[in-house]
Ligand binder design. Structure first.
Ligand code: ADP
Length: 154
C-alpha cells in the first residue's frame, strides 16, 4: 500500500493545495493530508477549523484522509507506515527550502521519500500567507479558497 503524507499548516487550505492533491491522487493508494501542530507557531485559524475545512474539501475523495500530528513529520510518517511525503514546488525559494527538509527527512524518517509536484502556472502565485494577508486586510480571498471554505472578511 503506497501511503503519502501531505503535511502543512493549511492556514487556510487554498485552491493550490487542492490542485496538488488532485494531481497526486492517481499516484498513491492513500494520501493523508496532515496538519502539523507546532506549539511555537501562531496560526490565524484554530486547528479544529482547519481540520473541518479539510474534511469538507476532501469528503468525496475516498483515498484522501485528514489528520493532525504533533512533533516531527518524519516520525508521524513512520507511525502510520507512510513511505512518501508529498510537497509542492511553486518557485526557486520553495525549492531551496524543500531540498534541505527532504534530505533531512530521508535520514530522520529512515528512507522517507519526498515526492515533489511542480505547481501549475495558474496556481503558482497562491499561498496561505497571501490569503491570510487578504483576510486580515478585509479583502475577498474567495478566488483562492476551495468551495466549502468560507471565511469572514476583516
Ligand atoms: P507549510 O506551513 O509547511 O509551508 P503550507 O500549508 O503553506 O505548509 O503548504 C503545504 C504544502 O503545500 C507545501 O509543500 C507547499 O509547497 C504546497 N503548496 C502550497 N500552495 C501551493 C500551490 N499554490 N501550488 C502548489 N503547492 C502548494
Amino acid at each position: 500500500m503506497k501511503i503519502a503524507v501531505f503535511p502543512g499548516s493549511f492556514d487556510p487550505i487554498t485552491t493550490g493545495h487542492v490542485e496538488l492533491v488532485r494531481r497526486a491522487v492517481p499516484l498513491f493508494d492513500k494520501i493523508v493530508v496532515a496538519v502539523g501542530v507546532n506549539s511555537q507557531k501562531q496560526y490565524l485559524f484554530p486547528l479544529a477549523q482547519r481540520l473541518s475545512w479539510l474534511e469538507e474539501v476532501f469528503k468525496d475523495q475516498p483515498t484522501v484522509e485528514v489528520a493532525s500530528f504533533e512533533g516531527l513529520t518524519a516520525h508521524f510518517c513512520n507511525k502510520i507506515d507512510a513511505k512518501y511525503l508529498l510537497r509542492g514546488l511553486r518557485n526557486a525559494s520553495d525549492f531551496d527550502y524543500e531540498k534541505t527538509i527532504s534530505q533531512i527527512n530521508d535520514i530522520v524518517g529512515d528512507g522517507l521519500e519526498t515526492v515533489f509536484l511542480i505547481s501549475q502556472p495558474a496556481y503558482s502565485h497562491i499561498s496561505s500567507t497571501i490569503v491570510r494577508e487578504i483576510i486580515k486586510g478585509g479583502g475577498d480571498a474567495s478566488p483562492f479558497l476551495p468551495e466549502g471554505v468560507e471565511v469572514l472578511e476583516g
